[in-house]
Write a protein that binds this ligand. Structure first.
Ligand code: SAM
Length: 375
């Protein structure tokens, strides 16, 4: 459909967002709904999106996934605490790039407050005005504050209609601003930062857009500063700017002082035939391949991970998702079934790092959802 192609092109060229089979189907539904609401044909609606910034912003609000959680992927926050402890006296900036509904920047602000450093600030940016409005409002339901300990709730929340609100003192330590990571350098919005959290954003980007975005972020990180990504993000080449380091059990990327010569990225290029031999590496490889649209390679990597560790529920789950996307619902269902079995056999200690900090319960409900839906 020409209107769908046109809208997909606008989203890619203006916001970096790729259109995979699943997101294309969703986009088609959203376009149809919006056109119906506006009472105009779909191609007229897409022309409006093309020419009127407000219409484009509205579509972007609806297309982007703004979901977040407090202290999502806790190990990364432990690593941040270590960075803060070792850092020279401030002032310093921590940038939450693609902040969603605000739980990420407020989690960062809570952690900084707990370390007792007063001269650190958090800057939170997003392309979606809806997400920014939510972050500004700083109101969350009981379900949304689930990731917060009793003590943090006591210190940083007050009750508000329908749930909770972040206390004013913490809200003041977070500056919220609009910024499109796919379009422009952030120098006018964010000072040079010692730490950048850009999590669960690049997974929606096309490969080239992702690489350009990494370069722009690198330009805003002080040498020796750190970048944290989500587990499903596919940054592409970054060895020119960063070296991977493990800190407090979390993988992050340290900004090189001088740019290194460009080296081929590991495991993603056609010429590189050496698959990583540990299940975690294979999960990452599978995620990357899926994000780049290479579903065969994704299926292969996730399957290898299940061979290496037959108890890894997340590997079966990712395999099922990749098979589903590749148009093989029967095999997908088998994989989701195996994920359910592995979950039941597990003793509860399975490391769910591959799921970006989601809990065991989240994985169990995702598997149940898939099994009831995939016939
Ligand atoms: C799933 S949320 C991630 C929120 C938070 N970082 C986390 O991990 O919990 C993804 C966010 O990326 C934002 N986003 C998508 N494309 C973007 C772009 N081109 N520039 C800035 N933000 C973008 C979306 O609006 C959305 O709020």
């Amino acid at each position: 459909m020409a209107a769908l192609d046109h809208a997909a092109l606008l989203l890619r060229s203006r916001a970096g967002l790729k259109a995979e089979p699943v997101s294309r189907a969703r986009l088609e539904r959203l376009l149809q709904e919006s056109a119906n609401l506006a009472g105009i044909p779909i191609d007229e609606y897409v022309s409006m999106v093309d020419t009127q910034p407000a219409a484009f912003a509205d579509l972007l609000d609806r297309v982007t996934v703004q979901h977040s959680a407090f202290f999502r992927d806790p190990a990364q926050f432990v690593a941040l605490a270590e960075i803060v402890r070792k850092a020279a006296d401030g002032p310093h900036t921590v940038w939450s790039a693609g902040c969603g509904n605000g739980q990420e920047p407020y989690s960062l602000a809570m952690l900084l407050d707990e370390t007792g450093r007063r001269n650190w600030q958090v800057v939170a940016t997003d392309v979606s005005f809806h997400a920014l409005a939510q972050a500004e409002k700083a109101r969350y339901t009981e379900r949304e504050v689930e990731g917060l300990s009793h003590e943090r709730r006591r210190r940083y929340l007050t009750s508000a209609p329908g749930g909770y609100e972040i206390v004013p003192s913490l809200r003041r330590s977070v500056r919220i601003a609009h910024h499109n990571l796919a379009r422009a350098d952030a120098s006018s919005v964010v000072p040079e930062s010692i730490v950048v959290f850009c999590r669960n954003v690049l997974m929606y980007f096309g490969r080239e857009e992702s690489e350009t975005c990494i370069q722009r972020i690198a330009n805003r990180i002080a040498p020796g500063g750190y970048l944290f990504l989500g587990h499903s993000d596919s940054p592409g080449r970054m060895t020119q700017y960063f070296e991977p380091v493990r800190m407090a059990g979390a993988l992050c990327y340290r900004r090189l002082v001088a740019a290194a010569p460009i080296a081929p990225s590991v495991g993603t290029r056609a010429g590189d035939r050496r698959p990583p031999r540990d299940p975690r590496g294979l999960l990452t490889e599978g995620d990357r391949a899926a994000a780049n649209g290479d579903l065969r390679a994704a299926v292969r990597a996730f399957r290898q991970a299940t061979f290496l560790d037959p108890n890894l529920a997340i590997a079966y789950f990712q395999l099922g998702a990749a098979l589903e996307l590749a148009g093989d619902p029967r095999e997908a269902r088998r994989a989701f079934g195996a994920a359910g079995l592995a979950m039941m056999k597990g003793d509860g200690s399975e490391d769910l790092a591959g799921l970006g900090g989601y809990t065991r319960r989240d994985l169990a409900s995702a598997i149940a959802f898939k099994l009831t839906r995939t016939k």
